[in-house]
Design a protein around this ligand. Structure first.
Ligand SMILES: Nc1ncnc2c1ncn2[C@@H]1O[C@H](COP(=O)(O)OP(=O)(O)OP(=O)(O)O)[C@@H](O)[C@H]1O
Ligand SMILES: [Mg+2]
Length: 240
């Protein structure tokens, strides 16, 4: 579904942050992107989402080169949903207003139908739909931003650190919701994470980045069992 090939990217006229990255993600799988702070994980996700055009290399969705397609067209034309790392809910709007924002380009009837279906699926959020988003806990906000992406009916879901700042209990709740989305819908999910070992627990495959390149990749269960994974991830550099 997503094919990233030898992508180089950076900001303004600054140096390359991504130094030739290749990645593949298919429908029905969770691919997690791991690596130390500043290695380029969010930059890679922003490239796939269309916030940043690659300087070299290609990004394809279902075989079509979409490297130059801007973010709003990625959402409508290619079914890409993006949940950014920060500022992902509008605190002064209600929960239901936040969710409906994700589907403002859809006809009203379709939007309401999807809204009702999601409220049935996420009853704890439904119970708080009239509250201001500022009154939600961190975990509830993460679920809210997920649901806002889901109401657009994406085929591809890009998640930047969905477990950031959560307690272990809430983290597992959010990860369970993400695994459930994969299992129920067959969506293609690319998830950046700091909680590497927990993320590998729900992911199918993983890429570990260091300094804008792929240092390791493989099946999640193989990486979980690989002793160099722990060393590499926690150490943040590659030997040899
Ligand atoms: N908007 C921007 N303008 C200029 N440089 C940026 C911008 N965003 C990120 N960078 C730089 O790009 C590099 C990679 O940042 P990126 O956000 O992709 O890292 P990351 O792997 O997501 O880190 P973290 O784990 O801390 O979220 C960093 O050196 C960062 O300073
Ligand atoms: Mg980041």
């Amino acid at each position: 579904m997503i094919d990233v090939s030898n992508v180089r990217a950076g900001y303004g006229d600054g140096a390359d942050i991504l130094n030739g990255i290749s990645l593949h993600a298919a429908g029905g799988e969770i691919v997690t992107i791991l690596g130390p702070n500043g290695c380029g994980k969010s930059t890679l996700l922003k490239c796939i989402a269309g916030f940043l055009a690659p300087r070299a290399g290609t990004i394809a969705i279902d075989g079509e080169d979409v490297g130059a397609v801007p973010v709003h067209r990625k959402v409508r034309g290619y079914g890409v949903g993006f949940v950014p790392q920060t500022d992902n809910v509008f605190a002064t709007l209600s929960v239901s207003e936040n969710i409906r924002l994700g589907a403002r380009h859809l006809p009203r009837a379709e939007r309401e139908e999807r809204f009702d279906a999601l409220m049935r699926q996420y009853p704890t959020l439904a119970a708080k739909q009239n509250r201001k988003a500022s009154a939600l806990s961190g975990g509830e906000r993460q679920i809210l931003s997920l649901v806002r992406a889901l109401i657009a009916g994406p085929k591809i879901l890009l998640l930047d650190e969905p477990s950031a700042g959560l307690s272990p209990l809430m983290m597992h709740e959010v990860f369970d919701a993400i695994a459930g989305i994969r299992d129920d819908t067959g969506m293609c999910i690319v998830m950046v994470e700091q909680n590497a070992f927990e993320a590998l627990g729900i992911a199918d495959r993983a890429y570990v980045l260091t300094l804008g390149t792929v240092a390791m990749e493989g099946r999640a269960r193989d990486l979980l069992a690989d002793p160099s994974m722990r060393e590499l991830y926690l150490g943040g550099s590659v030997a040899g």
